[in-house]
Design a protein around this ligand. Structure first.
Ligand code: SAH
Length: 365
């Protein structure tokens, strides 16, 4: 990485956190991440999160309209697999600028009955992004409701979609020190600047990675609330869900906490509240938790294969023939989504369905 590991900016949130640490002592990495993203005054998603070319980071639906279109068609096929219920909630977690939902609804409107059957529910913590979504989606569907968090979603048949949502959930990290794992936290160095330190009182042993070298980092995301809500949603009704995110298919050691500001990576302690902070999703761990709730999981599979099975190449060539002037641009965008050394393999897709439903489209049998 090309960033300066010693850079620290005194953002308003950095000053607030330093005061808090002086008062209360070290905070965990998960507390730090929570504050950076959601501090009520200075959190990244509370101020003006900037998604897109002119912002801090770019996501698949912002790269190509085909991404949202394929997800929209996926939803319509899944609705048919659920028996075409007369009413179904289409729930998106963390909809960003609303681009994915806009493209999805446009494509899915070609499937008779689907758009009439759905109510759209958007789970978005950021007031600023809620306003952007209202603008993007104003003419797209008559029934759109917003929710500030995943609690209190209606329990009716539902299709849940989430692109780059899991990676924002707070992350705990522990470091191996002489056969003992110690939780990693954020404290202050001799100059009073933020610094990663360990929380000695948290020492535990973990047989799983007993042979790992000293200094190894083990990560675990806090999915408690999300899993609790999924279980509530699924108790009464058929539920299907799709989670797309960058992450690994097998649990592995390593520090994946990452800060991105204006399309550049920087040290996670550099600009609290002014950079997007994410971590790689451990899909095998997530799948295990979801299966324990009596769901069936499909995948994880890599994004390139998932989009390939949904027909990304065919859709791209049709779009290119219809817009010859934009053919090169469309081709480049699609290549980026399925790049073998990039998004195509770094991003994984996990499907979740209630027992009794057939395997979801896009995953190998
Ligand atoms: N899915 C979009 C945006 C991804 S960025 C896209 O692909 O472009 C993460 C999104 O999740 C943002 O909309 C952010 O505001 C939202 N978000 C982050 N944490 C959240 C939380 N705890 N509850 C609800 N939304 C959250």
């Amino acid at each position: 990485m090309s960033y300066d590991p010693n850079a620290r900016r005194d953002t308003p949130l950095a000053l607030k956190l330093k005061e808090r640490i002086k008062r209360e002592g070290l905070i965990t990495v998960a507390d730090y991440m929570q504050a950076c993203l959601h501090d009520p005054e200075f959190g990244y998603y509370v101020k003006q999160p900037a998604i897109g070319r002119d912002g801090d980071f770019i996501t698949a639906p912002e790269i190509s309209q085909i991404f949202g279109e394929l997800i929209g068609l996926w939803c319509a096929v899944v609705w048919q697999q659920m028996g075409s219920p007369e009413k179904v909630n289409l729930i998106e977690l963390g909809p960003g600028r609303g681009t994915l939902m806009r493209d999805a609804l446009r494509a899915a409107s070609k499937v008779p009955g689907f758009v009439e059957a759905i109510s759209v529910h958007l789970v978005e913590t950021s007031h600023h992004l809620q306003a952007v979504q209202r603008e993007t989606l104003a003419a797209c569907h008559p029934s759109i409701m917003w929710h500030q968090n995943v609690r209190h979603l209606p329990t009716e048949p539902a299709i849940v979609i989430a692109n780059e949502f899991l990676d924002t959930l707070p992350l705990h990290q522990s470091i191996l020190n002489s056969e003992v794992w110690v939780e990693r936290g954020v404290g202050l160095d001799a100059h009073g600047d933020l610094q990663f330190q360990s929380l000695p009182q948290t020492a535990t042993r973990n047989e799983r990675f007993a042979d790992a070298p000293n200094g190894s980092v083990f990560e675990g995301q806090n999915w408690r609330i999300l899993l609790h809500e999924l279980r509530k949603l699924a108790r009464e009704v058929p539920l299907t869900a799709i989670f797309i995110d960058y992450g690994h298919a097998e649990t592995a050691l390593g520090d994946t906490l990452q800060a991105v500001r204006r399309h550049s990576a920087e040290h996670p302690l550099t600009s609290p509240g002014e950079a997007d902070l994410t971590a790689q999703v451990d899909f095998s761990e997530f799948a295990e938790h979801v299966s324990a709730l009596d769901f069936i999981v499909d995948g994880p599979t890599i994004q390139a294969e998932f989009l390939g099975r949904l027909g990304i190449i065919e859709r791209a060539s049709r779009l290119m023939s219809a817009n010859p002037a934009k053919a090169a641009e469309i081709e480049m965008a699609v290549a980026r989504l399925i790049a073998p050394q990039g998004m195509g393999t770094r991003f994984k897709v996990l499907g979740v369905r209630s027992a009794g439903l057939p395997p979801l489209p896009g995953f190998s049998a």
